[in-house]
Design a protein around this ligand. Sequence first.
Ligand code: M6R
Length: 594
Amino acid sequence: MCGIVGYFGNKNGAEVVVDGLKRLEYRGYDSWGLAAVGEGKLIKHKQVGKIGGFDLKRDLPKFGGEICIGHTRWATHGGVTETNSHPHFSCDKKIAVVHNGIVENYQELRSDLEKKGHKFVSQTDTEVIAHLIEQTLKITKDKTEAVRQSLKKLQGSYALGIIFEDEKLMIGARKGSPLVLGVGKDQTILGSDVPAFLKYTNKVVFLEEFEMVAISDQIKGGYEIKNVNSGKTVKPKITTIKWDATEAEKGGHPHFMIKEMLEQPQVIEKTIGMGKGELDKAAKMIEKAKRVYVVACGTALHAGMYGSYLLAKINKIMVQPISAGELHHFAPLFKKGDLVICVSQSGETADVLEAVKSAHSAGAKVLALVNVMGSSLMRAADFSLLTKAGPEICVLSTKAYVSQMAMFVMISGALSGKISNAKKVLGIAKKDIEKILSKKSLEKIKKMSKSLAKAQNIYALGRGINYPNALEACLKIKEVSYIHAEGFAGGDLKHGPIALIEKGVPVIIFASDDESEAEIISNAMEVKARGADVIGINYRNNEVFEQYLPIEKNGFYSPIASIVYPQLMAYYIALEKKFDPDKPRNLAKSVTVK
Ligand code: M6R
């Protein structure tokens, strides 16, 4: 969690860094801070709360410098206070550090440094890094080397930005947390991810594990990458990012959440346009595998579950979904010949990356369905299919879910040699979503959401291919509206959940034109008989539905469109309750720590 940005160039670095931090706020928004070198002095600013409304020119007109680092925090070690917010400094206040990750051995390092006379001011693990560099500089005068030596002593994970008062130098480093280098004309930018600086450059270098970069006018080409362990120089691999910078902007919409939901038809269109070659390659990996697992977290896991139903029903292939956070209980059973499909929007989720390691150490192969190009997952997997969501900024995953489901449809099509059919059904889903997103339909959902906002509990039911949507709908609602919401498989209802049903409780029913339609309608009747207000999503109305939300007939592919209704409900309920849909409490978009 946490987002970092660093600027080295000829602009006012603080402006670029503040702008970048606003784009990274989805990674954490407890507090934020900046440090810059302006006229030979290291200056800082720290603040508790979100950076959203901050305007550098208005709020801090004198703050600036051509070298600047910044941080937006999701607290792990130490409470949410100005002191604990980053940057952290050495005793002489000449070294400033921003950090994303966890220094696991910080207590040991801290007590050792305290014995040597260092005075700590915060409760964070990060502060130890600034003091450690300061201490190492007593032995070696070369700052890059002092940082490298210090990094070798850190256990845990880090993405770092480091600057110095007395040298025009910025250092970045990564181990276990993402860090990307943006290489522009006369400027070099560090960011936790690409949208942080996409406005300035689309030429990037994805730092690898244990790599550090020194950025300075004194270095030919402006920067040099080294391996932290060996100290050897690494040749940079520059990638051009095809995302358009405007995709990472709100584009006139009040929130990223609504903007991203409205983009879902284009996401499907882009998925339909995928090349056959890469799909066939993924399909071959599945065909060849002895056993297939799908491993992911949260929304991506729900997409993986959808994929497992689809591959079972259409391709007669058994795919076992496992939550990445629970995987270590099963990973010892992985074998050579197994295939692990990892699904992730960010490609940086710690538990998913751990799954890749477990699979590889057992000799199993990894196929990634991942949205972020150059992400850790993409680099670690044996083969990756890039999902077509484009930059997803809102903490809540909406368009990424639809892109992942659509990708499974294409894979299933490739497996059965019928990609054209996959394109056809995705075309129906796309048109259907366009209807759901029409002005009239949005007004209807908005109106419904007004009364849903008063609910204490909301439930959702689905069977078979619609079950993952019941889980996903409730995840969306609880994440952003803080209403207790739970999704169940229709078949489980009588095994306990029906006890929760009482007069007036909203229950969303996911139905479609497949073999479980009659059974889920029976479930709807059972909950209605106990007083529930039934909201039915189906291709045809039914007298059991109090409120009816139409979708097209699209069989096993109906869930791609039907999920859009609860996504919209979650959004409008949040607005009704005056919550910020882009920044739900306690959450961060990328869970890069376990
Ligand atoms: O980046 P990933 O797809 O790996 O993230 C997985 C989950 O953390 C993510 O889907 C999370 O559940 C979202 N907040 C859902 O809206």
